[in-house]
Write a protein that binds this ligand. Structure first.
Ligand code: HEC
Length: 157
């Protein structure tokens, strides 16, 4: 009997070590949501290091305001990511993985080209994450960067 309990104790320790050792280097894409956690993929070469068009200042109030309008309107982002970007929109409730909380520090650690890529391409079954994310592929490049500016302005809100 003693041997059995020693084996059980060893297994318990191994399980704790395994749980602590995983996931610290690769950020989960939807941390903060309790649903399925998915891993972020690297930005593909056609979006890597992409910059906004010349003259478009992502920090300018007018750019952020234009992005907010698209986020809440035509871009449909609000329906899933919620009014304040917290990932709690009505259309997102049924999705697994859940829409990301775009205000979180964890999410905001991603690069601008990552955000631009994700909102330009579907996350659907054939898309990068196999998720329900619909994106705004039909928007002009300038409009999509305006949304990036707005998403950035949500940091810590
Ligand atoms: C139909 C629901 C839906 C809509 C509409 C939607 N999203 Fe998402 N979005 C998701 C889901 C679900 C995820 C999490 C899974 C994933 O990364 O694909 C996500 C992920 C993201 C990510 C990546 C987050 C990460 O943690 O890596 C960004 C950025 C994003 N959405 C921005 C937007 C923006 C901006 C819009 C509007 C143009 C938008 N989304 C519209 C559902 C949606």
């Amino acid at each position: 009997m003693k041997r059995v309990s020693m084996i059980l104790a060893a297994l318990a320790v191994a399980a704790v070590v395994a749980a602590c050792g995983s996931g610290s280097s690769n950020a989960p894409a939807n941390a903060g949501n309790k649903a399925k956690v998915i891993m972020r993929k690297a930005v593909p070469t056609d979006y890597k290091d992409k910059k906004p068009p010349a003259g478009l200042d992502l920090a300018a109030a007018a750019t952020i305001e234009a992005g907010k309008k698209l986020f809440e309107g035509e871009g449909l982002c609000r329906t899933c990511h919620g009014d304040a970007g917290k990932g709690d929109g009505d259309s997102g409730k049924m999705l697994d993985p859940k829409p990301t909380d775009l205000t979180s520090a964890e999410f905001q650690s991603v690069s601008d080209d990552y955000i631009f890529w994700r909102l330009s391409t579907l996350g659907s079954v054939s898309g990068p994450q196999g998720s329900g994310m619909t994106a705004f592929a039909q928007g002009s490049e300038e409009q999509r960067w305006q949304i990036v500016a707005y998403v950035r302005s949500l940091k810590g809100k």
